[in-house]
Design a protein around this ligand. Structure first.
Ligand code: FAD
Length: 568
């Protein structure tokens, strides 16, 4: 059955009614949908764009305990983060992998090497020593050997510690696909337009969710007993549909990408911004490295958040301070992304200090809103959220004199999101076969589908772009089996061509759109529109670096370290 036919059939079945409609296909909604369906609820999840097209594909791509929370004495957050890091790396080893971090310490820095080392002992302790590896203290010479390009002047040494890296968009997709495997209906490109409600035994209750299907341009009502808003930076928009006041204080975080040869690092490096002392990471990313992030208040439309010239300047200035010989310039920036942190309003003085903890709000009509949190802790957030939804459904059943629903306990802490991706042979998980390893890391259990496709379509064993190992068969499998409805979905979130290729995938766009159109049954007009959309997407994401180069009064040298900083 074609993906479009399958979708039409699923919509028809969902319109017979479910228990819960979850709005928002970021990590929060995807994790909640999976947990809810695994407990026995009937679930539909709707996402207005592509899965993870909001904040959840624009993170720093780390599953981490949050070392910097130690400074604010938020030990509970560190313990929760490191516990979830451990679980995810065990359950989803293709998606969550250990990443070494080097934190250089300078004689004129804010903290001594002794104090930083002590902090890392605490970090390892709070993880109950369930860390990929214990941290190590390095003297200046060993630090130079580890990262030769690092600024040397007044270097005391460093600490080498471990967190995990992830493919954030794929982590979301894996949750969605597993929710579907367990029986959930999952619709990307389907926008929620508000609840339907009706009085029930004297109380106003949710009766359904109005959903607009962008692919068929049709609005339907999915009947349900409960709705969850997990809309991240859009929380205030979906809340306004219920007449709720604004809750968020969104902040924008930008990352920029440069070729690895321009920033040759084998470990992530934790730098302290020369502007405001915030921690900024430089992270190796295949044949590239990315630098981020910023943290500034943002009050525009969530979709419009982009890297500005000032964001690019801020990040390059810090990178150039720590890697003075590299002298990175805006021309080196090959890609960017900007995400919004759906942070809860507090009276914290600066954006950087605003709380990362999540909040759950209950509306007695059968609506729950969840906002805030972290990618790392999504599983625990989902567990808490689904407990709440169940409590509401049970209370409502009792009020109506109906039997309480019998549902299973949460099991997400022990069940992998992609059962086909665990227990794979050592030659795949280790450093052996590069092709098999890439397919496993990218597609998890669906790597077998790619191998099958390569056997039946040998011509698709050709690179999508010359500088990356992705092959055309992967694009075909993504289109047929991974809910990929547009060229941007494919090149940005299914395969990381946009981030990792020197031309951001522009040269591959027409051929990939044609391949997708053939598989989905679309025409030439669709191909032209998708290619145009993708070109505009790339241009918008590089506009910050471009305007940096051309803006009056902004010169390349502003990104370079000032003599004072370079002197250390
Ligand atoms: P989102 O991912 O934004 O998902 C909400 C979704 O709702 C969107 O896809 C949107 O399209 C959809 N939606 C909105 N309205 C509707 C509607 N009407 N109908 C249907 N769908 C709708 N956390 C970590 O653990 N590690 C990190 O390294 C990390 N780095 C970060 C770096 C940055 C720069 C930022 C901004 C955040 C970072 N975080 C990190 C935090 C983490 O990324 C977020 O907390 C998390 O992704 C939020 O997920 P979400 O699902 O709540 O929101």
């Amino acid at each position: 059955m074609s993906p479009l036919d399958q979708r039409a059939r699923d919509f028809e079945a969902a319109c017979n009614g479910v228990d819960v409609v979850i709005v928002g296909g970021g990590i929060t909604g995807a994790g909640a949908a999976r947990d809810a369906v695994m407990r026995g609820l009937k679930v539909a999840i709707v996402e207005q764009g592509d899965w993870a097209s909001g904040t959840s594909s624009k993170s720093s791509k780390l599953v981490h305990g949050g070392l910097r929370y130690l400074e604010n004495m938020q030990f509970g957050l560190v313990m929760e983060g490191t516990r979830e890091r451990y679980r995810q790396s065990k359950l989803n080893p293709h998606l969550v992998t250990p990443l070494p971090f080097l934190m250089p310490v300078y004689k004129d820095g804010r903290h001594s090497l002794f104090k930083i080392n002590l902090g890392l002992w605490l970090y390892d302790l709070l993880s109950l020593f369930r860390t990929p590896r214990m941290h190590r203290r390095l003297n200046a010479n060993k630090t130079r050997t580890q990262v030769p390009e690092l600024r040397d002047t007044r270097l005391s040494g460093s600490v080498l510690y471990y967190d995990c890296a992830t493919d954030d968009a794929r982590l979301v997709l894996a949750n969605v696909l597993d929710a579907r495997r367990h029986g959930a209906f999952a619709f990307a490109r389907a926008a929620y337009r508000g609840p339907t409600t009706a009085p029930r035994d004297g109380h106003e209750r949710v009766t359904g969710a109005r959903v607009f299907d962008h692919l068929t341009q049709r609005e339907v009502v999915i009947p349900c007993r409960h709705i969850v808003h997990a809309t991240g930076p859009w929380t205030d928009q979906t809340g306004a549909m219920l007449g709720e006041a604004a809750r968020l204080r969104p902040t924008k975080g930008v990352h920029i990408v440069v070729a690895r040869e321009r920033l040759p690092i084998d470990v992530a490096v934790a730098m302290s911004s020369i502007d405001d002392g915030r921690v900024v990471f430089a992270i190796p990313f295949g044949n590239t490295a990315y630098i981020g992030t910023t943290d500034t208040d943002y009050d525009g439309e969530p979709d419009a958040a982009m890297a500005t010239a000032e964001d690019v300047r801020y990040l390059l200035a810090t990178a150039n301070h720590f890697f003075p010989q590299q002298a990175l310039v805006p021309d080196d920036v090959t890609s960017t992304w900007a995400g919004l942190r759906p942070l809860i309003r507090t009276d914290a003085a600066t954006a950087y200090k605003t709380s990362r903890e999540h909040e759950v709000y209950r509306d007695p009509r059968g609506l729950t809103t969840i906002a805030g949190g972290k990618l790392t802790t999504y599983r625990a957030m989902a567990e808490e959220l689904v407990d709440d939804v169940l409590a509401d459904l049970k209370a409502e059943a009792k009020r109506l004199g109906q039997p309480a629903p019998k549902l299973a306990r949460c099991t997400t802490h022990k069940v992998p999101v992609d059962p086909g991706a665990v227990d794979v042979p050592q030659h795949i998980t280790g450093a052996g076969d590069q092709r098999d390893r890439l397919l496993w890391r990218t597609h998890g259990g669906a790597a077998d589908l790619v191998r099958k496709r390569l056997r039946s379509h040998p011509a698709e064993d050709a690179p999508i772009v010359p500088d990356l190992p992705y092959v055309v068969a992967q694009a075909a499998v993504a289109t047929l089996h991974e809910d990929t409805w547009g060229l941007e979905d494919l090149l940005v979130r299914r395969l990381q061509v946009f981030y990792r290729s020197a031309d951001a995938g522009l040269s591959a766009a027409p051929a990939m759109a044609k391949l997708m159109a053939g598989l989905l049954g679309y025409d030439d007009a669709w191909i032209a529109a998708e290619v145009d959309h993708y070109r505009a997407y790339v241009a918008a994401h590089l506009a910050g670096a471009q305007s940096f180069k051309t803006a009056p009064g902004v010169t390349r040298s502003m990104a370079a370290p000032s003599p004072a900083h370079a002197a250390g």
